[in-house]
Design a protein around this ligand. Structure first.
Ligand SMILES: Cc1ncc(C[n+]2csc(CCOP(=O)(O)OP(=O)(O)O)c2C)c(N)n1
Length: 617
């Protein structure tokens, strides 16, 4: 069966669940399970497909073009490989990233030369800053034309060099098995990250008999890449002593805990030594937020009580986090009374931003497995005074609810209300994918996360437009969980074209637009720091319901608080994707906030009208 034979493709998108959609599914099923009936020799393009399957990355997010056609031409011979045709290559890179974060596997994206490759770049930079294992494959012009400014030729390896863990330009198909095996190995080993493999068209077309190397041969072939995995025994003893002696310790759980799949070890350390756990944005989910020792989200938009605990700690145990500026505020005022134990697999992170007393280089999971038995078991009673104080701070900062801000209790439709209801109604078990801005911070603060890999967010690069495509990847990476993209009206419009992908690929991604009519987070900065000069932040948007309808996506606008619960319930039950346009309070602000460059304890808090009245009187 050829592409042109396929019913329902190349025209209008059918509604999910419709007869036409079923026909598309049937056609795709046929594509997946029928190998092309033609005998031919093995070429470089085959090696790419074989490598993906060997590495367990059976989903490929891509977009075709002239130089990668040899690869597309053989794809049908590999029915176990699923190709997802995105609508923009940026979407392919973010989808591969979302797939990786949700599944724990390596995500793969593919683009053609020139603009196809440059469109991948933002997604690779996003993966690089958040240490996500992605392999990006691009085609390039035939090797004889390299350097001649041929049509759609660009020095893409020059471009991706600073935003990938490693990259390659391959001109000989015989090198492909070794390069691809290395690429996957590098992407997932040590500190994970994106690896880019650029392949000339002639290499994709070239016949080859080169064999795939064994994992041992790959590792042996990279003598310069030997990440330290086990913590140094002496450092572990020093760390254990410091933990055993601490009176006000706080664990800082970062993304490394999730990347190392060390959530059980984290919980064991916390429980054994009775230590509260604060998490970074990307550390969300490392410990169930309902666990008695989970203390909450730290940093610029973290909880006041968490930042307060950090500032008054006598020991910080930093696990797989990198003390970036959003977490520390003004470094000279950061946790001045605390000693710092820093565990990280990347030695270059240790001592980079803050002075560290006990450095431990290693994989968080392995380090903790060796460290926990050395740590003194602390009876909860020993921490009674400390915990009472923490509990009091928490009560004061959170209000009466575990996850609620209290800002919505006056009956308005506010974003924190929306995300907290989505969290609850999905049983805190869905994969919730943020975009960037206020929506991202509201999601981090109020949804309530209970399982690892259920919260996806572009932390380091803060890439608007991440949410929609990353959610597609997450839906394929964890098909057993429901998936929501929680996006602002601005970020949604950057990658909303992927609604077409969702329909063509029959992906059930629910889209919650937190529509405040502004580029909200930038408006917030203008409100605080630029005298409310709202230049270029009011946002005129299309009618999102009509727009979704054009894609065949069921859509509803929600303007009242009372409509939130029934609409989320309907969305959960509907077979296909649903878009909800939550028309929330326009000038709501994410409180509290640490202004950039301020001390962590100097948080801007929500003005209290009662206090203002008292002061006026
Ligand atoms: C690609 C990109 N461009 C610009 C920015 C700067 N930026 C950060 S947040 C933000 C506003 C986001 O607005 P919206 O998507 O409506 O979300 P909201 O903050 O209102 O929730 C902007 C422009 C960015 N992070 N990424």
């Amino acid at each position: 069966m050829t592409m042109t034979d396929r019913p329902g493709t190349g025209r209008h998108l059918p509604g999910a669940g419709s007869a036409a959609a079923a026909a598309v599914d049937a056609a795709r099923g046929a594509m997946l399970h029928e190998a092309k009936p033609r005998g031919r020799t093995r070429i470089g393009a085959d090696v790419v497909c074989e490598a993906l399957l060997r590495e367990g990355s059976d989903v490929l997010f891509g977009y075709p073009g002239g130089v990668v056609l040899p690869l597309y031409d053989v794809l049908g011979d590999y029915p176990a490989l699923r190709h997802v045709l995105v609508r923009h290559e940026q979407g392919a890179a973010h989808a591969a990233d979302g797939f990786a974060r949700a599944s724990g596997k390596v995500g793969v994206c593919l683009g053609t030369s020139g603009p196809g490759a440059t469109n991948l770049v933002t997604g690779l930079a996003t993966a690089q800053l958040d240490s996500i294992p992605v392999v990006a494959i691009t085609g390039n012009v035939v090797s004889a034309l390299l350097g001649k400014d041929a049509f759609q030729e660009i020095d893409i390896t020059g471009i991706t060099l600073p935003m990938t863990k490693h990259n390659y330009l391959v001109r000989d198909a015989d090198e492909l098995p070794g390069v691809l095996a290395e690429a996957f190995h590098l992407a997932r080993s040590g500190r994970p990250g994106p690896v880019h493999v650029d392949i000339t068209k002639d290499a994709l077309q070239q016949e080859t008999r080169a064999a795939h190397p064994s994992p041992e041969a790959v590792a042996a072939g990279l003598p310069g890449f030997r990440p330290t995995l086990e913590g140094h025994p002496r450092q572990l003893r020093v760390a254990a002593k410091a933990i055993s002696e601490a009176r006000r310790p706080v664990i800082l759980a970062g993304h490394g805990v999730l990347l190392s799949r060390a959530w059980d070890e984290l919980r064991e350390l916390a429980e054994r030594a009775q230590i509260p756990v604060a998490h970074t944005l990307l550390g969300i989910g490392a410990l169930d937020e309902t666990h008695p020792l989970s203390y909450g989200f730290m940093g610029m938009h973290g909880w006041k009580h968490v930042n307060r605990a950090i500032q008054s700690a006598d020991l910080l145990i930093a696990l797989g986090m990198r003390f970036d500026d959003r977490v520390t505020g003004k470094v000279s005022t950061y946790a001045t009374g605390a000693r710092i134990i820093h565990v990280d697999i990347d030695p270059s992170e240790i001592g980079k931003n803050v002075a560290v007393d006990v450095p431990v280089v290693g994989d968080v999971g392995r380090v903790l497995r060796a460290l926990v038995p050395l740590v003194r078991e602390v009876p909860p009673a020993e921490r009674a005074t400390y915990f009472a104080e923490l509990a009091e701070w928490r009560r004061e900062s959170e209000g009466s609810s575990w996850h609620g801000s209290g800002a919505w209790r006056d009956g308005l439709l506010s974003a924190d209300y929306v995300v907290s209801r989505i969290g609850e109604l999905t049983g805190h078990d869905a994969t919730l994918v943020a975009d960037v801005g206020q929506n991202q911070m509201w999601l981090a603060r109020y949804a309530g996360f209970r399982r690892p890999d259920s919260h996806l967010s572009s932390g380091g690069l803060g890439t608007m437009g991440y949410g929609m495509p990353a959610a597609m990847g997450a839906a394929l990476g964890r098909p057993d969980k429901s998936t929501w993209a929680i996006v602002g009206d601005g970020g949604f419009q950057m990658t909303m074209c992927e609604m077409a992908t969702m329909m063509q690929e029959n992906l059930k991604v629910n889209i919650a637009i937190i529509n405040n009519g502004y580029l909200g987070m930038v408006r917030q900065w203008q409100e605080f720091f630029y005298d409310r000069n709202y230049e270029a932040t009011p946002l005129l948007s299309p009618n999102f319901v009509k727009l979704a309808d054009a894609f065949g996506i069921r859509a509803v606008a929600v303007t009242q608080r009372s409509e939130v619960v029934p609409t989320v319930e309907m969305t959960r039950k509907h077979r296909g994707p649903v878009l909800i346009d939550f028309q929330v309070e326009q000038e709501d602000t994410v409180y509290p906030m640490v202004a950039a460059g301020s001390a962590l304890h100097e948080m801007i808090r929500r003005p209290n009208p009662l206090e203002e009245t008292a002061a006026d009187a």
